[in-house]
Design a protein around this ligand. Structure first.
Ligand SMILES: Cc1cc2nc3c(=O)[nH]c(=O)nc-3n(C[C@H](O)[C@H](O)[C@H](O)COP(=O)(O)O)c2cc1C
Length: 173
């Protein structure tokens, strides 16, 4: 039986959600699925999503919103996405809160979840480093409030549970 083919699309201004998406791609492949990882702008320019059995879409959070490319992808492909199983992930909190409790979707992510009738949403910790773009970002780092709060194990656990659900669905179990 052909394994489910998954698109992992990401909106990322400073690269940390892009890296999470690559980790998710690796974890899906380790679970026996096929995965393509694409920036949301590139995914938005695809003509169709017929090649995929499921989509995982994520974005970094900026003032409670997703980055524009990620929402644009969701809107542009909303009809195809509404017919596919879709899971969403946000990356944001610059503290350990995402590891301590389930953080409900920020308003921007909640709007995308409603638009696509997503199966689930999770929030991972974020990262803001010396290389961050933008004045506010650099101020945050200068004040010592940056750092890397992404938890590789959290991401792996979540991806494995999505992979298991998808595999069950395609095998009709
Ligand atoms: C200007 C600015 C606004 C932010 N707003 C939020 C926010 O509303 N909620 C949140 O959890 N994190 C917020 N963050 C943290 C980022 O979401 C975090 O750094 C994330 O990992 C960035 O993802 P990216 O590197 O993929 O762009 C903000 C960061 C900056 C610089």
């Amino acid at each position: 039986m052909t394994p489910p083919h998954v698109l992992v699309a990401h909106g990322s201004k400073n690269g940390s959600t892009a890296e999470i998406a690559e980790w998710i791609g690796q974890d899906l492949r380790e679970s026996g699925l096929t995965a393509d990882v694409l920036p949301a702008a590139e995914a938005a320019s695809l003509d169709r999503l017929d090649a995929y059995d499921a989509v995982l879409l994520g974005s970094g959070l900026y003032a409670g919103r997703w980055v524009r490319e990620a929402t644009r992808f969701a809107r542009r492909h909303r009809h195809a996405l509404a017919r596919l199983p879709v899971w969403l992930f946000s990356s944001g909190p610059l503290d350990s809160s995402a590891e301590e409790r389930d953080i409900p979707p920020a308003p921007g992510a909640a709007r995308v979840a409603a638009l696509l009738d997503a199966r689930g949403h999770t929030t991972f910790g974020g990262r803001l480093g010396e290389d961050a773009r933008g004045f506010i970002a650099r101020q945050i780092v200068k004040q010592g409030k940056g750092g890397d709060f992404r938890d590789r194990e959290h991401i792996r656990r979540w991806t494995r549970s999505v992979a298991a659900e998808l595999t069950r669905a395609t095998q009709g179990i």
